[in-house]
Design a protein around this ligand. Structure first.
Ligand code: NOJ
Length: 719
């Protein structure tokens, strides 16, 4: 895909001195007032290839300076007109799940099970950020993760490799569009390659143990999908795998990423990850860091200076060959060429009309919300009701955007839940009675008793998740549980709207809540999406992208576990020998789960053939499996129809269920639709212990249902 730029890159490369080549591999933080002149001098000397537009290593946690388009044009002018090489600079920024308009965090967006919608939203993000000179975003984050204690679980798409792959593809295509040179296109970066989401114990920056079997089957698929979608760059991850830092691993950065996945763009390190090779104990000094990372296949160094300080000497002393440098430089140049920077290095800032972006933000927030409990069909509420609105997230704005929202407009641009509730109720018979600070006053019992229903705005702040924001216990704060208990005690029905980043362990609060809407950190229009859902303007249709545990101690708990030798049905660890003595083994809410205000009925799946030959499958034949889904309720609703497989006997232990397809459909009351999946070799095989993709003979169950617990199946045989 980027090979076509090889010749031009080669021609440019030939004109560069060794120092200038190395400069292309050097990414530095954006200049601050004090070092502007010095930075310009460095650009003139060809020492800088790229800027990361932020000023701290954990950009998602701190406020960042807004993008300064004029300054960026000024620096670009120095690069293009005052340096000998004239090579334009590449500007990257963490534009993760939104720019000025913010969309739901990755984990939530995945709950929409709607890649097309996600793609549209990510295109809007690109449009907004690209208009301010951001050429390159460090997104999407596509780390499959089983660890809700890990603060960064919010950035990915949850626990399922297939869902993450579909989302990865959508996000890359949304950011990059059809034409990288277009004004509204931004280079994407698939991160963190690879295994960061498997950090032991959910501790950030920590070690991992990942077998190739797990890597190939569970962790690589979204990266494979991102590469196939044409992702221009990949960010290497901080972690080590089995004692091998990824930053210095030829196996991961070259053999697998380029050899196996076919990646043609360039690899950027994570912030100071090259330096950390010393801390990880595989490099003695700065020169070692540079040598190890570059020869492993790491092309651009983010903010470290080890390349710029050492590569020239390493080449001159013969410790590394200049060809290794050339290879990395060519990869960077190819992406700069592909982006059209040589033709159009400057940006005329223009105003983006955000009207559609904001609408989409509400749509996707609503489609990402998951109704996990609705006793006696308490929801939707009637607008005639008197509603007591309490809870610490009644007034929150910033939290709704989640971590990593560097540029999200706040204030009135991100309405809070109270404003949204009032707006939805304007002109209606009912009203909203809200507490002043969102805290529990001793008069609350009286207030609760004066209203028809209690809505509690609960959750965790954006600062509770994100980079280096891991939690040993993933429960709601005790004051929120106490508030729910008091509310329940009043005898009124209680609705919990939970604005969260991770799948919280809700066992200690769930009994006090009659209805629970997981609203997530849903972005700019999160509050409206939640308020309108509560009052039935939206019919909830999100499905969990990740398992919700009952208790923190159940972690890790995910649906696609391999079978176990000793359990009764074994599913999610329920039953003899897999249970805890102090907790059920099953999850609070399984993967793929979510309620609606209507109900759906599934017919038994039917196949066009009960047997298929292995040769036929490998030659491209499919099994057609279909089920009819009927809306048996009284409202129009959307349902995500999910296809899972289970391989009965294989040469390697296979999961109890694996998601292999999904389709989101809308059905009017009483309407029925047939959903068809064509299941081929790409769905029925797996990577074996030799890392080879194989499809084996034998029986396979095909399930079509509403979540991963479905038992609605038909069995086929591969002969
Ligand atoms: C560290 C994070 O791990 C990464 O995701 C981010 O893109 C960089 N910092 C740059 O801010």
């Amino acid at each position: 895909m980027y090979e076509k730029f090889e010749k031009r890159a080669e021609e440019i490369l030939c004109t560069l001195t060794l120092k200038e080549k190395i400069g292309q591999l050097n990414q530095v933080p954006q200049p601050v007032a004090g070092n502007l002149e010095e930075t310009k001098e460095r650009i003139r000397r060809g020492e800088i290839g790229s800027f990361i537009l932020c000023n701290s290593p954990t950009a998602g946690n701190e406020e960042q300076q807004a993008v300064m388009v004029d300054l960026l044009n000024e620096l670009q002018k120095v690069a293009v007109e005052e340096s000998r090489t004239g090579i334009p600079l590449l500007y990257g920024r963490d534009v993760i799940h939104g720019h000025h308009t913010v969309y739901p965090i990755g984990l939530a967006a995945a709950c929409s099970f709607d890649p097309e919608l996600v793609k549209k939203c990510y295109h809007c993000i690109a449009k907004e950020a690209a208009s301010e000179s951001v050429h390159w975003t460090f997104s999407p984050m596509i780390d499959v993760c089983h660890e809700p204690r890990w603060g960064r679980i919010i950035e990915g798409q949850g626990e399922d490799p297939y869902l993450a792959s579909r989302m990865a593809e959508a996000m890359v295509k949304g950011f990059q569009g059809e034409d990288l040179t277009a004004d509204d296109s931004m280079l994407a970066c698939a991160k963190h390659y690879v295994g960061y989401g498997a950090s032991e114990g959910g501790r950030d920056y920590f070690r991992t143990e990942i077998s190739d079997y797990t890597l190939f089957n569970s962790i690589l698929p979204p990266f494979r999908a991102a590469v196939k979608a044409g992702v221009a760059t990949v960010m290497s991850s901080f972690n080590d795998i089995n004692g091998q830092p990824v930053t210095s691993s030829k196996k991961y950065l070259t053999d697998i990423l380029r050899g196996e996945l076919g990646f043609e763009g360039f690899v950027v390190s994570d912030w100071t990850a090259v330096h950390q090779l010393m801390k990880q104990g595989v490099a003695r000094n700065s020169a070692d860091c540079a040598r190890l990372a570059l020869t492993a296949g790491l092309d651009m160094e983010m903010t470290d200076n080890h390349y710029i300080a050492n590569l020239e000497n390493l080449v001159l002393s013969g410790e590394i060959s200049e060809e290794v440098v050339d290879l990395a430089v060519k990869r960077v140049l190819k992406i700069k060429i592909a982006k059209g920077l040589f033709e159009k290095p400057y940006k005329e800032p223009y105003k983006v009309d955000r009207t559609e972006h904001i609408k989409l933000s509400e749509k996707i927030a609503a489609e990402s919300m998951v109704l996990v409990k609705n006793e006696d069909n308490l929801l939707p509420l009637s607008k005639d009701m008197k509603v007591a609105l309490y809870g610490p997230f009644t007034y929150e704005r910033r939290a709704l955007q989640g971590s990593w929202a560097l540029d999200g407009y706040l204030g009135a641009s991100t309405p809070n839940f109270l404003e949204a509730m009032n707006e939805v109720m304007a002109g209606q018979k009912g009203h909203i009675h809200h507490s002043y600070e969102g805290v529990l006053h001793d008069d609350c019992t009286y207030i609760f008793s004066q209203n028809d229903v209690i809505v509690l705005a609960l959750g965790e702040s954006h600062a509770a998740t994100g980079e280096a924001r891991c939690s040993a216990d993933i429960v709601l704060a005790p004051n929120q549980v106490e508030m729910a208990r008091k509310a329940k005690q009043s005898g009124k029905k209680v609705v919990g709207v939970i604005f969260c980043g991770r799948p919280l362990a809700l066992e200690n609060i769930e009994p006090y809540l009659d209805a629970i809407l997981i609203a997530w950190h849903g972005g700019t229009r999160c509050a409206h999406a939640a308020a309108k859902t509560i009052f039935g303007e939206y019919n909830p249709c999100g499905k969990t992208s990740v398992t919700f545990v009952r208790k923190t101690g159940q972690i890790p708990l995910y649906y696609n576990i391999t079978k176990s030798g000793r359990n009764v049905d074994g599913y999610y660890g329920e039953g003899y020998a897999q249970n805890y003595i102090d907790s059920l083994g099953s999850p609070m809410y399984p993967f793929g789960y979510g309620l609606s205000y209507t109900s759906f009925e599934y017919s038994a799946p039917e196949v066009d053939k009960a047997t298929i030959s292995l040769d036929g499958l490998l030659a491209g034949e499919n099994v057609r499996v279909a089920a009819k889904i009927k809306n048996t309720g009284e409202r129009t609703g959307k349902e995500t129809v999910q296809l899972y497989i289970r391989d009965h006997v294989a040469s390697c232990m296979r999961p109890i269920r694996e998601l292999k397809g999904f389709e989101k459909i809308e059905l009017a009351a009483g309407e029925e639709k047939e959903v068809v999946f064509n299941v081929g070799a790409e769905s029925l095989g797996f990577y074996n212990f030799e890392n080879k993709y194989v499809v084996e003979k034998g029986h396979i169950d095909l399930f079509i249902g509403e979540n991963c617990l479905t038992n609605n199946l038909v069995t086929i045989e591969i002969v």
